[in-house]
Design a protein around this ligand. Sequence first.
Ligand SMILES: *[C@@H]1O[C@H](CO)[C@@H](O)[C@H](O)[C@H]1NC(C)=O
Length: 375
Amino acid sequence: MATHFILVGLLCLCGLSQSNDCKRELLVNVDFPGADIASLFSPDAEHCQQLCTQHSSCLFFSFLRHDWAGDNRQFHCYLKFTSSGKPKVETSLLGITSGFSLKACNPDPQPCLSQVYHHVNFPGGDYRTLFTADYEECQKACTSDPACQFFTFLDENFTTADIRYKCYLKFSWPVPRIPIIKPVPVIVSGFSQQIQMPQNHYPACEVKLFPNSDFPIGNIDVLPATSPEHCQTFCSAHPLCTYFTYISHSFNCYLKNNAATLVLKAVKGYTSGLPARFCQPHNDWIKKTYVGLDFPSSDIRYFPTNDVEGCQRACTEDNNCQFYSYITNINRCYLKRVITVPAPPRVVKEANTVSGFSLRDCYKDIVPTIPVNKH
Ligand SMILES: *[C@@H]1O[C@H](CO)[C@@H](O)[C@H](O)[C@H]1NC(C)=O
């Protein structure tokens, strides 16, 4: 008992622990079998831990490392949940690293991912390619492009000779996507007022919209959105989106890629528009509350509150919350979130490739110093 208290005291002194639930340590060659809620790809256990941290209900995880020899599931990151909050079983297993969500550790919503992975390819998410002398230069190309989340570089010994030195810049959504938007009369939904949005340093602008218009050609993605302005935020964040069409009765936001032509067709209830990449659109859609709309799924937690304002305030004050739904007839507030950390759609072993992430979030805390004149 005495030892236990000393340990807790030490942890608090070191600032490692915000609460008793903050467990950062990774358990090497340990498996937490079962209790899976999702399986995603990840290049290492630290990144898998970030995926678990940002997943609404993940409490712990098991990651199958590059040296996992059981089958071909290397780089699989299994997100897990039990109602007790603890793994049911803990077994020792070579090639697997397990650990816990950092939700209780006041996590950085945009963590620095500085690791590079040799002989690892991140297939998918491509939006631009160029040729660079080495992987460091490819990583710099990624870091300097606001749309780039991760990259893959093919080095001088890559098997296919004519694509050696090729640098692939890749995109995954840094903006929270609401999985489902559904009309439900007794529900009011909305967003955290601290929601993480890609920022640019340009002045504010008006949103250019074409009411009752469809841009019919060039779909690249469709995702739920609350309004044409919300849809524009998605288009502005996606490097391949040249314009968009929003269908108000289905809450569907269609992102389009067609750099050649802009064909406009009159359709009632459709709103089309252009992205805002060199100005800051008024993000009024974040401030609004949406009466009669439900954002089901992705719940972090729920609790009773008297009104929707209280629910919005709770979401804004909770670092983990991105959006919420409030059930008016039972006065219950649901806080919600989705993963926004850069997430390669696949991770595979491949000789003579190097992959990694943008270093943008590694520099955000560095305050530029003003040079002092020396006399
Ligand atoms: C490419 O292969 C040569 C010869 O095996 C080796 O010396 C060199 O380090 C390799 N380059 C890279 C980037 O791995």
